[in-house]
Write a protein that binds this ligand. Structure first.
Ligand code: FAD
Length: 287
């Protein structure tokens, strides 16, 4: 199923993300986790892609197995910053053969040790090529607090417009911890004439140290309410997990209540986290 059809419906959607293993010995463990999440029957699942190509071969196989065994639509991520055109075209053929209809088209982070190839500069170039290949519903990434490399949020939004012009039909946000940031961002997108569905990316925090680091790297602001929770429960993994799930649940309820009807949970290969969030929303997601 193409995600554009899903987003066109009135019903709220709840979806989950998994990431492939870095090494082959972990494949089975990750696949099991992905299958447990798929068994929850979410609206769709996304499978990330290693920018340097490290785990790229697993993205398609994990997504293909989820689609075939659980009939859950999948969104395969694809990055281009270190890929040649040839690699991208091979990946597109493999995705088609695997029956995957949705791609999140990304540039990828520029590797510190330098790129492996220089065929692509921005995600919009990849989007154009996927459009030419035909048959896919294409999404792009967006950043409610601005992408780190952008001089301003306004500049970044102009570039988001270029991705939509290139053919991306929905956007998924980077994590954010204050919904007001997203509401103001969506307002800005609409004012710039960008009307594609915006899927809110929600990260349930289960490890306080990790989140401080990834927020620092991505420029995501942590609200005081969140910092208080992380400081109080950060050293107690079970309590932190419970508080992180509760915080994410509250964020999601507020999003749905405010008309943001598509929510994607960065479930980090944790079926128990996905399950608890889905249970917490069981009546709400009936629409
Ligand atoms: P782009 O849209 O190309 O933007 C990159 C930068 O260039 C931005 O600052 C933008 O403003 C600027 N820009 C864009 N177009 C132009 C232009 N025409 N002229 C001038 N400037 C321009 N990474 C992975 O490696 N694997 C994943 O699976 C993955 N999944 C992700 C999922 C989501 C929802 C998000 C939000 C991010 C994900 N990332 C992933 C991280 C992503 O690859 C990085 O954030 C990367 O740095 C930017 O990718 P992009 O597709 O947004 O790039």
């Amino acid at each position: 199923m193409k995600l554009s059809e899903l987003f066109a419906k009135d019903k709220p959607t709840l979806s989950f993300e998994v990431f492939p293993p870095k090494t082959s010995d972990l494949y089975e463990k990750v696949e099991q986790a992905a299958h447990s999440i798929a068994a929850l029957n979410p609206d769709y699942m996304s499978v990330t892609y290693g920018a340097g190509g490290g785990t790229s071969q697993y993205t398609i196989s994990i997504a293909e197995n989820i689609e075939k065994q659980y009939k859950v639509p999948t969104l395969a991520h694809l990055t281009c910053v270190s890929s040649t055109k040839e690699t991208v075209h091979t990946q597109l053929e493999n995705l088609k053969k695997a029956g995957i209809e949705n791609i999140l088209a990304l540039r990828g982070d520029i590797p510190k040790e330098g790129r492996l190839a220089h065929d692509y500069t921005y995600a919009s170039e990849l989007i154009r090529e996927i459009v030419e290949a035909g048959g896919f519903c294409i999404g792009g990434a967006c950043y409610p607090e601005g992408h780190l490399e952008s001089e301003s949020l306004e500049d970044d939004i102009i570039n988001i417009g270029k991705k939509v012009e290139a053919g991306c039909s929905f956007l998924t946000t980077q994590m954010f911890f204050s919904n007001d940031i997203l509401y103001s961002y969506i307002d800005k997108l609409r004012k710039k004439g960008i009307f594609v569905p915006v899927v809110a990316g929600i990260m349930p925090i289960t490890n306080a140290k990790q989140i401080y680091r990834s927020c620092e790297l991505s420029g995501t602001v942590l609200p005081k309410r969140f910092i208080r929770i992380a400081e109080r429960y950060g050293d107690n993994p079970d309590a932190m997990k419970q508080a992180g799930i509760a915080y994410a649940t509250e964020q999601i309820i507020d999003l749905y209540a405010s008309g943001v009807k598509n929510v994607h949970v960065y479930s980090m290969n944790k079926p128990d986290v996905a399950q608890k969030i889905q249970d917490n929303l069981s009546e709400i997601i009936k629409g």
